[in-house]
Ligand binder design. Structure first.
Ligand SMILES: [Zn+2]
Length: 433
């Protein structure tokens, strides 16, 4: 076996706090990395996300990330066709530096391949909710889903394509990776109703997931209506049916609550529900058509800007069909995939076969020819033993590389375990060029 890539992901604040050379030394010497990428656009959240505090950051215990900031040097001409513009960070310790260039300047003399990622959401929800709400998704009742851009809407789509074109034009990247919220999967909590039995027995989780999609999933915005009609769907029929169902899920009468209880506690399946509600199936197909069409255009944009840059999907969702993601349909518009399974960090040996299942499903979706990179969940509670097993499973399932998930939260013993796991699995790693 041979891994083409062992990849470390780096945040701008990692570079600020630890220094780029120290980070690259650690990634190369401990985990045998031959490639690195910068998280170049990110939403607001706390880092690290799986633990309270960083394991090895010498300057701070945790970090509160600003909403929708770009950490590379952006160029206004790429965003002429959209009111949405990328913003530099407000944080003075991060503003004024081109972190993509800082990483490139340090990585290239080492022969490391270089990439960038646009992560989670790519916008400032507060700003868009007031200035450009049409860029955001809406649920079936018309409520704004503020953390989800709708890529059927022209402002969001042109902004996204601008980001791809901008970064690929200026940094000669080996790959640009998207890890983005696609269509909101929504959620469903069992409502209360007097006298109707709830919650004391197991309910079908696959049914609950589909109900979540109906109850508060996206998207039902005007741009989606236009796209659906263009794709040939009976959009008005879909919306009318799903809105009725969503109301039933939100404020059921006692009779409806009784039927809902039967649905949840019976042994109906997702398949039976989709046959019963063909409009729900049509809605899910429409979302897949939409996401596929967005990636078609993103792929063309990336290659127009730089023919050698790979467009890579970070495939993070356990149930991709809930986001509008069909890997078989998407594969022609991708160059490679990172399977974002972090089972190691559950700290449970008995769950590790789930990693193999997810990698096999992803491989089936993208075919044998496409490069498949397996993430390794190396944050606490991962142990060196589980990390080495994760590396072995990646090798046994024919993956083409590994991706550390993520450097900032990885203990050094788990970083070492990636290198040890590679050696123990008798895998060679392509040398830095
Ligand atoms: Zn929409």
């Amino acid at each position: 076996m041979r891994f083409q890539e062992v990849i470390g992901s780096i945040y701008p604040w990692d570079i600020r706090d630890e220094g780029v050379e120290a980070i690259l030394d650690n990634l190369q010497e401990r985990a045998l990395c031959n490639m690195v990428y910068l998280i170049a656009v990110e939403i607001g959240h706390k880092r690290p996300i799986t633990d309270d505090y960083y394991p090895h950051n010498p300057v701070r215990k945790f970090n509160l990330v600003e909403e929708g900031r770009a950490y590379f040097q952006t160029h206004p001409e790429f965003y002429r066709d959209t009111p949405i513009k990328p913003h530099p960070p407000r944080d003075e310790t991060l503003a004024g530096a081109d972190w993509m260039q800082v990483l490139a300047t340090a990585a290239r003399p080492r022969g490391l391949k270089l990439g960038a990622e646009f992560s989670h959401g790519w916008h400032d929800p507060d700003e868009l909710e007031t200035r450009c709400p049409e860029a955001l998704q809406r649920d079936v009742f018309g409520n704004i889903l503020r953390r989800h851009l709708c890529f059927n809407s022209a402002p969001a789509r042109q902004y996204a394509l601008g980001l791809f074109a901008d970064i690929c034009t200026h940094y000669d990247l080996d790959m640009v990776q998207t890890c983005v919220y696609l269509f909101s999967p929504g959620s469903f909590a069992v409502p209360h109703a007097h006298g109707v039995r709830w919650g004391d027995t197991a309910v079908s989780q696959e049914v609950v997931r589909l109900l979540g999609l109906v109850r508060s999933g996206g998207c039902f915005c005007d741009a989606c209506a236009g796209a659906a009609r263009r794709f040939g769907y009976d959009w008005d029929g879909i919306v009318e049916s799903l809105r009725g169902r969503a109301r039933w899920l939100t404020i059921p009468s006692l009779g409806e609550a009784m039927e809902l209880s039967q649905l949840l506690h019976g042994d109906g399946s997702a398949g039976s529900l989709l046959l019963e509600w063909p409009e729900l199936y049509q809605f899910m197909r429409f979302r897949i058509d939409s996401v596929t069409d967005f990636f078609r255009e993103a792929h063309e944009t990336v290659h127009r800007a730089n023919p050698r840059t790979e467009l890579r999907l970070n495939h993070y969702e356990r149930y991709p069909e809930l986001l509008g993601l069909d890997l078989k349909r998407l594969a022609p518009h991708l160059d490679s995939v990172r399977n974002s399974d972090y089972t190691e960090q559950l700290g449970r040996l008995d769950r590790m076969e789930e990693k193999r299942q997810r990698l096999l499903r992803t491989r089936r979706g993208i075919g044998e020819q496409m490069k498949l990179i397996s993430a390794i969940g190396s944050r606490p509670k991962a142990t060196p033993e589980l990390v080495r097993l994760g590396v072995r499973i990646a090798a046994e399932t024919g993956c083409d590389g590994l991706s550390v998930g993520h450097y900032e939260g990885t203990t050094f013993e788990c970083l070492d375990a990636i290198g040890e796991g590679i050696r123990q699995a008798l895998v060679t790693v392509a040398a830095p060029s």
